[in-house]
Write a protein that binds this ligand. Structure first.
Ligand code: ATP
Length: 237
């Protein structure tokens, strides 16, 4: 049984259908990437999985339970954390306070010191800047803070919406290396990206989304080698 199972879902904004009969699975322990161009429906998919948008058809199963109608804050408690596009950190709060907010849904707070340590091990720069206001961090640092905040909730699956967006190349490499580390430490990851090269290289499996429909799927390696994907997404014929 997959950890996350998306079964023929459709999502509408009013009369506009943004997602058409989408099905995908994420197995425990995997990094799965969803790649697609601007407007393909990547953010809509992530917001739907996080419980911020309603399904108009289909079913989402998480950890064996139908969560299709479960509210977003309950999904966090069940183990689904979203790092939204544009990061969504709290600019007027310090790094520590931002991380603290990530743990709001945890019932057992006794481990919080260890959780801070884990985040600071992954992101030493966050430790140096722990008293700095979130809004004064660089874009790459804000992305690290957003991932750190999501990890504070002990997710079973981490949903990352375009973590590399707007970042300089050295930060992009760093973010993908951190995604691999987080996964190796036991967190399942579903990642949406326009940066198809890195997203496919990092993923065990991946899906391609075009105008709200899944058009290809396979291992990261298979999709990297697929001529149609190369031409459309990897900047090489
Ligand atoms: P990007 O990388 O540009 O964010 P995306 O793949 O994340 O693109 P979405 O933001 O999910 O794409 O948008 C999918 C489709 O849904 C687009 O056609 C978009 O115009 C439409 N859409 C998104 N948000 C809304 C909204 N609030 N109201 C109406 N249509 C919307």
């Amino acid at each position: 049984m997959a950890l996350l199972e998306v079964d023929n879902i459709s999502v509408h904004y009013g009369r506009i259908q943004a997602i058409h009969d989408m099905s995908l699975t994420v197995e425990e322990g995997e990094v799965v990437s969803l790649i697609g161009a601007n407007g393909a429906g990547k953010t809509t998919t992530m917001r739907t999985l996080a419980g911020l948008l309603n399904l108009s058809a289909g079913k989402i199963t998480f950890d064996g339970e139908d969560i299709s109608r479960t509210k977003g804050h309950i999904r966090v408690v069940k183990g689904i954390s979203l790092t939204p596009e544009g990061r969504g950190i709290f600019p007027a709060m310090t790094v520590m306070e931002n991380l603290d907010m990530g743990a709001y849904a945890l019932k057992d707070k006794s481990q919080m010191a260890a959780d801070f340590d884990r985040v600071f091990d992954l992101f030493p720069r966050m430790k140096e800047r722990r008293k700095q206001l979130g809004g004064t961090l660089s874009g790459g640092e804000q992305q690290m803070l957003a991932i750190g905040r999501a990890l504070m909730a002990h997710p079973k699956v981490l949903l990352l919406d375009e973590p590399s967006m707007g970042l300089a190349p050295q930060f992009i490499r760093q973010i993908f290396s951190i995604i691999r580390q987080v996964n190796e430490q036991g967190t399942t990851v579903l990642l949406v990206e326009q940066n198809a090269n890195q997203a496919l290289a990092t993923a065990h499996r991946a899906y391609v989304l075009e105008t709200g429909r899944i058009t290809h799927s396979g291992t990261g390696k298979e999709l990297l080698a697929n001529p149609a994907i190369k031409e459309a997404y990897l900047g090489a014929a």
